[in-house]
Design a protein around this ligand. Structure first.
Ligand SMILES: [Zn+2]
Length: 84
């Protein structure tokens, strides 16, 4: 008899993963949720686990940010195509 049903609840979101990114804290390794908008703006991020302050060097990660900017540009296009 097997009436047990496993219910998997993976928080997998197909679309909409462009606004937030995950990055392990370099100090304690805790997973940090980072807003891409904040990265573009050059904001610093505080780790909630150890309190370390992380700052993003846009110049150093320009290549990485460039890819993100392209992705965001696509989203912008979709939004812009909505209303004339
Ligand atoms: Zn930390």
């Amino acid at each position: 008899m097997s009436g047990k049903s496993k219910s998997r609840s993976d928080g997998k979101a197909g679309a909409g993963g462009l606004t937030h990114g995950k990055m392990p804290c370099p100090n304690c390794g805790a997973p940090l949720v980072i807003e891409l908008a904040a990265l573009f703006a050059g904001h610093s991020i505080d780790c909630g686990a150890c309190g370390a302050r992380l700052t993003i060097n846009r110049e150093e990660s320009s290549s990485a940010l460039e890819g993100l900017r392209k992705a965001q540009g696509i989203v912008d296009r979709i939004h812009g195509a909505k209303g004339g």
